[in-house]
Design a protein around this ligand. Structure first.
Ligand SMILES: [Zn+2]
Ligand SMILES: [Zn+2]
Length: 437
């Protein structure tokens, strides 16, 4: 897949939809600030809100402010404050604060300087304020650069929020290569999750006739050679591997934008990470980088697939009608999680039919990876491959596994695991065998 061929294009796809790529520039080379100034001048964008946090301002934000000002552009420099001595979060309060700092009538464009949270806050604000935005990327840590949605915390629940894709993504190899190693490892883990999320997507297409696009599902094909053949090169920060990873992250975000939802890159494995983020407030225990949590969720997804694909004749159980209120504790969370859970696909009796079950297994088998493979990739890339390495207590891990299917209305492998009795029955065995050291 050649990124440059897709930029700024609108085309009729084999899936029947017209896919539109609003992002017009993807730059991965030295001296991006010169390129930035040239893009701004060409588009006559003069009034700029430049948004960073205290870390990314030091990486390239302050240099950007100086160079843009020297080029006679008007800069409003906004540094998003940390929350409780930790990095900023993407929630409605922080987004409201950011929007209050941007004078929409007097701003031509928002420029995000950062990766996950800063990029998400800017694309969300840009959507609400109806302003274009672009990003100076600082790490290969997540796949949301080109995405048109963000996973924001709203009323305590991680939900997918409509946002705006960037008009340009600019990054300097030396900045991306020198980002903290755990951020690059997190981006790697977020990327390999795509094998599992694609399987969930194919499953929903088969079971519920949900819309599916094979072009977007296979968008990373051809890139594996660069970032996946030798994940040790990700750990050691080798240029070609980090470049390949950054491209894979960009294209994954693009696939979500082309589809209009997070479906191509967010299946059951992502729910695990979202639950850890959501419960961080309840038990005041904090959480870890999105991609690192997703990497461990990906191991869990592979284990569930492996156990499910071994079953010859499934016996479908009735699921609990309501969520486990005692776990979610506060009323606001109970209400929003219930809303998601009760609107999930209900009728799945067709999988009890042997022919249907056989077809489903035959479709899914070639798509999913084995737990051994995913663990080995994560380990080589320098990402945790079990929860002890992250310092996550067993009870928290167990609770996340047993409640992750409640938070989203989209069907995933985790729901299937509940329906055919893999969960909750085998939770301890799964934790002991695959998820702890
Ligand atoms: Zn398509
Ligand atoms: Zn992700």
């Amino acid at each position: 897949m050649n990124i440059q061929d897709l930029l700024g294009k609108s085309f009729t796809c084999q899936c029947g939809k017209i896919h539109t790529v609003e992002t017009r520039a993807y730059v991965y080379h030295d001296n991006i600030l010169d390129e930035l100034i040239s893009i701004l001048k060409k588009a006559t964008l003069k009034n700029i809100a430049l948004v960073s946090d205290s870390r990314t301002f030091g990486i390239i934000g302050s240099q950007a402010v100086k160079m843009l000002a020297a080029s006679k552009l008007n800069i409003k420099n906004i540094i998003v404050p940390d929350t409780n001595d930790k990095e900023p979060v993407c929630d409605e309060d922080t987004c409201s604060w950011l929007k209050s700092q941007i004078d929409a009538a007097d701003t031509d464009i928002i420029i995000a300087v950062g990766s996950g949270t800063i990029n998400d806050l800017c694309k969300w604000s840009s959507f609400d304020l109806d302003l274009p935005y672009m990003v100076l990327a600082t790490a290969a840590s997540m796949n949301g650069y080109a995405a048109a949605n963000v996973a924001a915390k709203i009323k305590g629940v991680k939900v997918v929020q409509r946002a705006r894709p960037p008009i340009a993504v600019l990054s300097e190899p030396k900045i991306i290569e020198q980002a903290p190693p755990e951020m690059t490892a997190a981006g790697f883990a977020d990327t390999i999750a795509k094998f599992q999320s694609t399987a969930d997507w194919v499953m929903n297409n088969f079971l519920f006739d949900e819309y599916y696009c094979s072009y977007c599902a296979q968008i990373l094909q051809g890139l594996e050679e660069s970032y996946l053949k030798n994940p040790g090169h990700i750990k050691s920060g080798q240029s070609h591997a980090v470049k390949g990873l950054f491209e894979a992250l960009f294209l994954t975000g693009l696939s979500m934008t082309m589809i209009g939802t997070s479906t191509p890159a967010s299946g059951g494995e992502h729910l695990f990470s979202h639950v850890l983020d959501m419960t961080a407030d309840i038990d005041d225990q904090g959480h870890w980088l999105h991609g690192l949590q997703v990497g461990l969720g990906t191991i869990l997804s592979t284990v569930l697939y492996e156990l499910i694909l071994k079953i010859d004749t499934p016996f479908i159980k009735a699921l609990p009608e309501t969520i486990d209120k005692s776990f979610w504790q506060n009323e606001r969370l109970i209400y929003s999680v219930s809303e998601q859970y009760t609107s999930k696909h209900g009728n799945i009796q067709k999988i009890a039919d042997n022919e249907c079950w056989g077809q489903l297994k035959a479709i899914l088998k070639p798509l999913v990876k084995s737990p051994q493979q995913v663990k080995s990739w994560l380990k080589s890339a320098g990402a945790p491959d079990n929860f002890d390495q992250m310092g996550c207590p067993r009870e928290r891990l167990r609770n996340a596994i047993l409640h992750m299917h409640e938070i989203r209305n989209r069907f995933t492998i985790v729901d299937l695991a509940w329906l055919i009795g893999i969960l909750p029955e085998h939770v301890d065995e799964i934790i002991d065998t695959w998820l702890t050291s």
